[in-house]
Ligand binder design. Sequence first.
Ligand SMILES: [Zn+2]
Length: 174
Amino acid sequence: MRYVKISRGRDGNTLDATGYLDALGAFAERLPPGARAFATDPQHYDLFGGRCVKDLKPVALTLGDGDGDGDGRAWAELRLQHHCWKHEEDLTIRYSGVRSVVADPDGAETDVRSLRDVMLDEVLPHGQGCSHEIAFLAGSMTIVADDLVATWDAADCADRQALSRAAGPPSAAS
Ligand SMILES: [Zn+2]
């Protein structure tokens, strides 16, 4: 991470995105449109926001050689599952024109569940495109691509339905 500060401690992890948010104004214009929309979403770094990436769980990364439009460019799709107490939606990030996918530990991109929950992420301009680095509890992953499109979709969550019937949703969004 260049701007987002993450310190991992025995008594918990400390996350600080203020350096990133301060810098974002200067480079947001250079991000491709989908990446810019994702990075500048006011809830993205609001740790209590329903569209904050923190606490999402990676469930699948699919890589493809082409997207059927004939230009043969690689794509990737990362699916992230909601955290029942925080999010009402799941997040899918679709990367177009993928240049590289690098994970730490090496090879973790083949089993993204092993990376565990998202801590925070950072979207930066990279050449004509963008890089997207995600820090997880158990590692990290960086995807360099022409652009990305982040889509939130209503989560199918049996827990939340049961909880809201019993006691109403938690007040994390207040
Ligand atoms: Zn759930």
